[in-house]
Design a protein around this ligand. Structure first.
Ligand code: PNS
Length: 159
């Protein structure tokens, strides 16, 4: 069985992430969306809140499961017996960070390959950070995230 892990902070999940998940689930036998901590980011939602939003959005994708992890990505990948790490690539600006992470993960655990899926053009400008910025000023995020996620964002910023 070909198991892929799609790791990220997903703070919150956007239509760009969902596009990558749906496409990955066409390629692999099983896709584990792995919600984790990026030490360089200060999250708005807890890991559990993020996982709940993703599970809801992926309920119709039978090959997809959602989990949280707190340690090193490669330890999680090893534990799950996954062969592949999926990452989405939007613009050239993503590349340097993604390149470094892919090479480091390969050094730490050579058994797993990182596979990049290029973002669909309609989502190439989209990021969780820009969605949060728009929502924080009361802007309209429909078309970028689901209705449920938009409501969760509203609750956070209103609260
Ligand atoms: O969506 P993001 O914020 O770009 O995802 C980054 C993430 C969470 C995948 C990365 O920070 C990560 O792998 N964190 C777990 C800790 C780890 O393994 N760090 C070393 C990466 S080489």
């Amino acid at each position: 069985m070909n198991i892929a892990v799609y790791p990220g902070s997903f703070d919150p999940i956007t239509y760009g992430h969902l596009d990558i998940i749906a496409r990955a689930s066409e390629i692999f036998d099983r896709v584990i969306v792995a919600v984790s901590i990026n030490p360089g980011k200060n999250p708005l939602f807890s890991l559990e809140e993020r996982a709940e939003m993703i599970s809801r959005e992926c309920a119709n994708l039978k090959k997809v499961t959602v989990e949280c992890f707190r340690g090193l990505l490669i330890e999680f990948v090893r534990e799950k017996k996954a062969s592949t790490i999926i990452r989405g690539l939007r613009a050239i600006s993503d590349f340097e960070y993604e390149f470094q992470m892919a090479l480091m993960n390969k050094k730490l655990y050579p058994e797993a390959e990182t596979v990049f899926l290029v973002a669909s053009p309609e989502f190439s400008y989209l990021s969780s950070s820009i969605v949060k910025e728009i929502a924080s000023f009361g802007g309209d995020v429909s078309g970028l995230v689901s209705r449920h996620v938009a409501v969760k964002l509203q609750e956070k910023y209103r609260g």
